[in-house]
Design a protein around this ligand. Sequence first.
Ligand code: HAM
Length: 443
Amino acid sequence: MPRRKKQISEAPKRARKKTTPVQAVKGIRDILPQEWFVWDHILDVSEKLCRDFGFGKIEVPILEHTELYERGVGQVTDIVEKEMYSFKTQGGSEVSLRPEGTAGIVRSYIENGMSRWPQPIKLFYTGPMFRYEQPQMGRYREHHQFGIEVFGDKSPVIDAQVIYLAWKIFQKIGIKNISIQINSIGCEECRNNYKKLLVDYYEMKVNKLCTDCKKRLVKNPMRLLDCKEDKCMQVSSSAPQIIDHLCEDCHNHFKSVLEFLDELELPYVLNPNLVRGLDYYTRTVFEIWPSGEESESRQSSFGGGGRYDNLVRYLGGEDTPAAGFSFGIERVVERILKDGFSPKIKSTRKVFLVQLGDTARKKVLKLFNKLIDNNISVSESIGRGSIKSQLKIANRLNSKLALIVGQKEAIDDTVIVRDMESGMQEIVTMEKIVAEIKKRVKK
Ligand code: HAM
């Protein structure tokens, strides 16, 4: 017969030893409950507007095959070259945490056969993105975006509608001081011709460029235009501008976009150096900047987007024109808080339950369920002992009514209904309490 091993548990000994707390990963933060009133505000406003504009919600995975971003965002972009969280799974697949949302939405569009759905397809999404960047204010390794994408329509009116919706979201959120920076980077054909001119121009001034730009000259010359180094910006100020080198179709497309924006009375700034950091764009590109801070540009840009007519094909789908936009929620939250936006905690729960003693606690637990069953949302701090500390919390939550059950009320089967604003109190029987609260909450 096998001998039984004697089990020695060391767990209690180890549990007693104090260990160093595990900290969050650098550049990755918690969003605490007190921040959520701003996050909820942003998400509620954005989602409502998107639905009004006929957009449907989509959620795609945070983890995708690395190849999706290499092919979609571009091999020689900062994002793919330096910023991806990529790893091999136990099964040997190369996967990455998504650095942005568009490529994943395009994958989903193709994989789910959305080209057979009635066009255009209008989608919105929100969620975390991961980029291994140097963390600083407004730049994190995990950030969140809210985005929109439209598939199946190449008309310039779509570009204008995307920009209009982006602008409207910011207006409704309450951020009025923004500027729309806009440019066209043409199609592949006009861009290739323009790139040659650009390389010729910068090669003559190569000694005046920063080290990164010297590399960009070989790998991705368009990105020279939006380098933030003073000396490079000086060189770029006299560089040839792509709008002067657009083919006829791209020129007409851009002209129409601007005419639509004029019609919508949207203020915009033509920015010949705006090229965006992702490779998939064609024709219209735009960013939303805090106004008056043009010099900080990408660093502080709230959001960006544009047209990407080749991406669906690049990723294996049929030729499908598309355009979209997304903004960084953290940056918007920071701006809102900086502007002093501090609505009181929106208390959707108007009733707060207060108890004293074990019998009262049991009664309150039952009352809590009864109120919830009657669609009255309630808050409580049922673990606390003192009535004073519970009323303090009720006050902080802006509760309209406190329902107090002390030892006497527990025996009498009654409740003290306290109006938190006037301090007036009234005793109501447990039997009538739901009807009474319904009446008062309605008021
Ligand atoms: P993006 O410009 O790379 O575009 O990112 C959009 C926004 O996300 C930025 O304007 C910024 O507010 C925010 N953001 C980016 N990186 C960080 C970071 N490290 N920390 C905090 N916020 C950040 C895109 O991602 C495209 N997918 C937009 C798009 C949608 N184009 C077409 N459709």
